[in-house]
Write a protein that binds this ligand. Structure first.
Ligand SMILES: Cc1cc2nc3c(=O)[nH]c(=O)nc-3n(C[C@H](O)[C@H](O)[C@H](O)COP(=O)(O)OP(=O)(O)OC[C@H]3O[C@@H](n4cnc5c(N)ncnc54)[C@H](O)[C@@H]3O)c2cc1C
Length: 410
């Protein structure tokens, strides 16, 4: 009788050690080998499979994942951002309880189990659409139902990170007027065509490409949802996860910039022979940047609390009104973490650049690449204007304003 393999160690210290090792290997690899080195080390670790082992503990899953991505991003922001696409989707699919749709629970469990068994990585093809000219052609995927329960998909999607590395692609597509959610094996898939890299500069290693679907045939088991309600439900929860988790990558980059400031300040002296690290103004400026970074790290942890509360309430089939309020708080929590942490990352890297001076912009200095990379943070969904509008409308409503998270963090 064969015995099931023991689950891998996923305690805090093990995950931190794995993330540090991945960062060290990636840092040491030459530029053209960084991606291969990173993904080989990632696949050998437990980090991308944490969601498979912590399905019932969303809070712990968030904290473990956040720390790992923060540490890995010190070596490469774009590789960490790319891998975030896998982690947030898998985390959202694995942890979201949908007791009212057992068929969804069954199919997503098959996907989660497959990813764990084959140590797969998953890419996501843009669920949101770009703003466009009023006469511009419709660009999305249309999935046409077949008599055997399967679908044939055609159309295109704008953005897909880790395009060449991922084994599985999760995507949305119209089924009539409803938005469905599907997945497909990406390897040796002639019906899926990847376009050229969208970000060829310092973010090239995200490997983000447009994707074309040429009559892709799907089996019924590859369907996760064919209704707007279910697709929206999963997408909103997944977006909150994305917003909170992606900040780990950008703050990891900001932390790396501060490490460069530390090394610089301890290696140079003023004309009076005073180490720069002991010059009061330099010390105070550094302290401000460190405070900003650490405040964001503390704030990000609140997502784990909200998320855990939400999942437990749904599993316990709690009061529907309370579930709704906690869900709204969870969305707000993800948005405000993404909004303020990605802005802070830009500010911290800019501050580090000013403290080190022009040598930080030399072609091989980490801050030169980081200066470009952090600019991408605020551009991720949800777009800042939407977050600002939503928070403004909330503040200016007819109810007295408290700003409290009365439900998710109480
Ligand atoms: C590094 C990176 C990797 C990515 N990887 C993936 C991936 O793997 N999978 C995936 O699905 N997506 C991915 N995306 C894409 C992402 O999901 C978004 O679709 C994309 O970032 C949206 O940005 P946009 O600038 O194209 O938005 P647009 O919708 O084109 O908006 C452009 C600008 O118009 C303005 N604007 C738009 N709407 C409004 C409004 N309602 N009110 C006011 N102003 C508005 C804003 O100033 C906004 O910045 C990635 C993005 C980045 C940056």
């Amino acid at each position: 009788m064969s015995r099931a393999a023991a689950p891998p160690a996923i305690d805090r210290d093990t995950i931190r050690a794995q993330a540090r090792e991945i960062a060290e290997k990636t840092e040491a690899a030459p530029q053209d080998k960084k991606s291969r080195t990173f993904f080989d080390a990632v696949r050998a670790s437990s980090i991308p499979y944490l969601p498979c082992f912590l399905q019932e503990d969303a809070g712990e899953l968030f904290v473990r994942s956040y720390e790992a991505f923060y540490l890995m991003a010190r070596a490469s922001v774009p590789l960490a951002v790319g891998l975030t696409m896998h982690q947030y989707n898998l985390a959202a699919l694995a942890t979201l309880p949908v007791p009212s749709v057992p068929e969804f629970e069954r199919r997503r469990q098959m996907l989660v189990d497959t990813i764990r068994r084959y140590r797969s990585l998953m890419a996501i093809s843009s669920f949101g659409e770009n703003i466009k000219h009023k006469d511009e052609a419709f660009r999305n995927v249309v999935a046409v139902p077949q008599s055997d329960g399967g679908f044939v998909c055609s159309g295109s999607k704008g953005f897909q990170s880790i395009a060449s590395e991922a084994d599985i692609l999760l995507f949305s597509g119209f089924v009539g007027d409803e938005m469905g959610m599907f997945y497909v094996n990406l390897k040796n898939q002639p019906a899926i065509e990847l376009g050229p890299s969208l970000f060829p500069g310092a973010m090239a290693l995200t490997d983000t490409r447009p994707v074309q679907f040429n009559n892709l045939r799907l089996k019924s088991r590859n369907v996760l949802s064919i209704s707007d309600d279910l697709t929206d439900h999963v997408s909103f929860y997944a977006t909150a996860w994305f917003e909170a988790l992606v900040t780990a990558a950008y703050l990891g980059g900001a932390c790396r910039a501060l490490e460069e400031v530390r090394k610089f300040a301890n290696s140079v002296h003023t004309d009076d022979d005073e180490p720069l690290a002991e010059v009061d103004g330099f010390l105070v400026d550094s302290g401000r940047l460190s405070l900003e970074l650490r405040s964001q790290l503390v704030m990000a942890r609140s997502f784990g609390l909200c998320c855990d509360r939400y999942c437990r309430l749904v599993r316990a089939q709690g009061d529907p009104e309370e579930i709704d309020r906690v869900a709204n708080d969870l969305m707000d929590c993800g948005s405000l973490i993404k909004y303020s942490a990605t802005r802070a990352a830009c500010h911290i890297v800019s501050g580090a650049r000013n403290l080190i001076g022009t040598r930080s912009m030399g072609p091989h200095h980490p801050i030169a690449a980081l200066s470009e990379q952090v600019l991408f943070g605020p551009m991720h969904p949800t777009i800042s204007a939407r977050i600002e509008r939503s928070f403004g409308a909330d503040m200016l409503s007819n109810e007295p304003y408290t700003g409290m998270f009365a439900w998710a963090l109480s």
